[in-house]
Each structure stands twice: as C-alpha cells, then as structure tokens.
Design a protein around this ligand. Sequence first.
Ligand SMILES: *Cc1c(COP(=O)(O)O)cnc(C)c1O
Length: 230
Amino acid sequence: MLRENLQETEERIAAACSRAGRDRSEVTLVSVSKTKPVQMLREAYELGVRVFGENKVQEIRDKYELLPKDIEWHMIGHLQTNKVKYIVDKVKLIHSVDSLKLAEVIEKEAAKHDCIVDILLEVNVAEETSKFGLKTVEVIPFAKKIAQFSHINMRGLMTIAPFVDDPEKNRTIFRDLHKLYVDIKKKNIDNGTVSILSMGMTNDYEVAIEEGATMVRIGTGIFGARDYNI
Ligand SMILES: *Cc1c(COP(=O)(O)O)cnc(C)c1O
C-alpha cells in the first residue's frame, strides 16, 4: 500500500507542478507519519522517504532514537515552550512558530546546543479561532523582531488551511499566503534565507502547489487514515 500511495502522491505532485509551469524540484514532500508505528516509517524509509513530519515532541524523540540518522525530522505541530529543549538539536525544521515567547525559548535552547534552528512562522490565514498561528498582519513585524536572534533562521511561512470538502475553497488562502511570502522575500528581512512556503495537506496539496507551495505535508495520502484510539 505504501509503495502505491507514494507513487500516486509523486505523480500528483508532478502533475500539479507541470500545470503550474513549475519544476518538480521546487516542491519538497514531507511525509507526515504522526501516530504511525516505527515499522511503517522504516518501510517508507526503505522506499526512499527521508523527510518525515511529526506533531508530538515525545513521538519525535522515540522515533529519532529508533530510525536511521539521515532522516530529516520536521516538527509540524504546536510546540510548547517547555518541550523545545528535547528536540531543538534533532529537527531539521520547526514549522509552527507563532509566538515571541516560543521564539525566545528556541533561541535560548539553540544557543545552549550551539546550533542554528531553521523555523517557519505559522500563519492562521483564515483566522479560524480553533487554530494556532499569527494573523497575517502580525507576520512582518514578528519576522523583524526575530531577525535579531542569532540562533534562529527564519526560512519562511506555514499554514494549515481549513478542512473543506472542495480544495478549491482554499485557493485564495494559499494565494494570500504566497503573496505575503513574496513580500517578505522582497523585504529581505532575514538575510535572504527565506525560501520555504509550507502549505497543502492530503486534501488540498495540488491546489497549494499551483499557488506556489514549496513544501507540502502529506499524511493520510501516504500512510492511510490515522487511528487516534490506539
Ligand atoms: C496531520 C498534519 C498534516 C497531514 O494531514 P493529512 O490530511 O493527513 O495529509 C499536515 N500538516 C499538519 C500541521 C498536520 O498536523
């Protein structure tokens, strides 16, 4: 199942790139393995997957220990400040920075580990009250503030679009975030290292790619439905 799912996902990513006149190499696939057993991640690894997305600190810690060290772990879920220390030297990218407090803790912990942490700012474009993330208008002032942190490298923006029956309904959200992304790149706030726009999940990644995503986070489409009762 995994092999077929990966193949189908790959084909759909390539087709969306081609529709948008983009090169396939412009889009990174993050395979979202949250709740899935290590054995399934190992199988994906053997099929060539190297970029895994997780949303729980404990799960990253456990899986990190058990799987090969050339895996890139991406923290895509809400991150509590008291847990930053456990993953700051293990993750390739934190997608979900949405408060100054969190940025300050990442800065402090990264300094302790003498490393520089790549992060994205999570933007709640649709301003859904149920979701984390900065409001669109807060993003540029926030980016300017954290540009002074020497152990944080702000690489771009991330959003979780609303759950909708028709992915077309999220097109304007993706378009708006892409506009903001281009604007931030132009302003050169963080020394020109902004190059990641993380948007699009199983239900809407093709639309997100058409609207400029450089990173898509796909779970269900690769690993199948999640069971939260196990
Ligand atoms: C779970 C999750 C995904 C993947 O969702 P699917 O709909 O299963 O593809 C992507 N991004 C974030 C932040 C998630 O928590």
